[in-house]
Design a protein around this ligand. Structure first.
Ligand SMILES: *Cc1c(COP(=O)(O)O)cnc(C)c1O
Length: 454
């Protein structure tokens, strides 16, 4: 019998002849790590070349908001592409870039009135870091050269963004190339002392941060934080009280606050922006991932009139922020973002999400007793748990056993895309899932946990 010809196999072989994939030990393809050619997306589902369907339980790295090939976003992209693909944003402007800036400043925390565009999340972080540093330079405080970042942070993988990240897996080898931030302890509520509430963890960590600011404020440009959820760091969560306290400390010590909402923005934590839950306005707000509904790369940094004003002056004074990216404010990407924001305006997205998130919480509550599941946690639309060897002692599995990878393969086999961060399983589907999709996601996850921990 000849085997059924598989387009998947053909495409994977052609790919592996040339394509170097992100976040992948290429030698594991294809024997340990399947390589799946996707030919189509339909709502929350991805369809491979052999016609198999996968429920996208992680929104393709947290980018997709309203479904793959969303018709409204696709139409906006097509219309814009037929009119104007691109023009440089230096000396020129266009309706999509200016309208998106109007929209973003309208919906963002109050006081963020200025918008700089870039392509990817990491580029937005670079802009925020450079702008903050350059602000202090322009303000006559050139001693301010340092940044405070949180333990377990992730802000992207270009050198500046990686410098303020704290995940050894991505950072360690490049250490000699990176500037050293001052690292403050993470307010992660999993680090609670026995009997300590989430708010008490936040207060204790604010005390640690205060001590650092007392020593270093004079030489510090900014504190950079991922509000409410450190996503790449394993979906580690903290109380909004940390953010409100952080804003107060940054004001008291006169340092900037950079909020990296690249992952958590656009409704992931239950509010449009995570900062809203603490009623704070950062000095810089970084956005990407969901900004275009996940259809195209685009990022933005929002800041205040005060920061903007510090860059105005005589041309000869060299005060301007000359940082540039060729595709800054690309019209097609901005049109996609406008279409995504129109969906938030026209549909009760966050209300609907609240109902579904509550359903997800109920379903996951049943896993609480599972002998290999610990630290079940949820903030809005983001839910996670850790695979552990011993539940009572919260002992992790030895990393070399790759239990998370076993989980991933099993879930894929069953048609659900859930890609753990190490042994942390998390759920972050597009908002267009229905109750049945959520049930399927949890059912398959449970099976995959059993398979991975057997
Ligand atoms: C993904 C991410 C980034 C980097 O964005 P890219 O588009 O991948 O460069 C930065 N910060 C956070 C919090 C992220 O989750």
């Amino acid at each position: 019998m000849t085997p059924h010809p598989s387009r998947n196999t053909d495409l994977a072989a052609r790919d592996l002849a040339h394509v170097w994939h992100p976040c992948t030990q290429m030698r594991e393809h294809p024997s340990q790590l399947p390589l799946i050619p996707i030919v189509r997306g339909e709502g929350a589902w991805l369809i491979d070349a052999d016609g198999k369907r996968y429920l996208d339980g992680i929104s393709s790295w947290w980018s997709n908001l309203f479904g793959h090939a969303n018709p409204r976003i696709a139409a906006a992209i097509a219309a814009q592409a037929a009119r104007l693909n691109h023009v440089m944003l230096a000396g020129f402007t266009h309706e999509p870039a200016l309208q998106l800036a109007e929209e973003l400043t309208r919906i963002a925390p109050p006081g963020l009135t200025r918008v700089a565009y870039a392509g990817d999340g990491a580029s937005a972080v670079e802009i925020a870091l450079k702008m903050s540093f350059h602000y202090w330079h322009n303000a006559g405080q050139p001693r301010r050269t340092r940044f405070i970042a949180l333990a377990n942070a992730y802000h992207g993988e270009t050198l500046g963004a990686l410098a303020v990240s704290d995940l050894p897996l991505y950072r360690a080898v490049y250490g000699p190339l990176l500037f050293d931030p001052i690292v403050a302890p993470s307010p992660d509520w999993l680090d609670a002392e026995p009997g300590e509430t989430h708010d008490e963890v936040a207060r204790r960590r604010l005390g640690d941060l205060r001590a650092l600011l007392e020593r270093h404020a004079q030489t510090t440009c900014a504190v950079i934080v991922e509000p409410l959820v450190q996503c790449s760091g394993g979906m580690r969560m903290h109380a909004p009280a940390y953010l409100s306290g952080l804003r107060k400390l940054c004001d008291e010590f006169d340092v900037h606050l950079i909020a990296d909402e690249i992952a958590v923005g656009f409704g992931r934590t239950g509010t449009l922006f995570a900062c809203e839950q603490a009623a704070i306005t950062p000095d810089f707000l970084c956005l990407s991932k969901g900004l275009t509904g996940g259809a195209l790369p685009l990022s933005a940094v929002l800041t205040t009139d005060k920061v903007y004003a510090a860059f105005l002056g005589d041309y000869a004074a060299n005060n301007a922020f000359l940082h540039s990216h060729t595709f800054s404010g690309n019209p097609i990407a901005c049109a996609a973002a406008l279409a995504a924001l129109a969906i938030f305006r026209d549909e009760p997205v966050l209300e609907r999400n609240r109902v579904l998130a509550a359903q997800l919480a109920r379903r996951l509550a049943a896993l609480r007793e599972h002998p290999h599941i610990a630290n079940l946690r949820q903030t809005g639309w983001i839910a996670a748990f850790d695979l552990v060897r011993d539940k009572a002692a919260r002992t992790p599995w030895p990393g070399a056993e790759r239990r998370g990878l076993r989980f991933y393969r099993h879930a894929l086999e069953r048609g659900v895309l859930l890609r753990p961060l190490g042994d942390t399983v998390y759920f972050l589907p597009p908002y267009c899932v229905d109750a049945g999709d959520l049930d399927l996601m949890v059912d398959v996850a449970l099976e995959a946990v059993d398979a991975a921990t057997a």
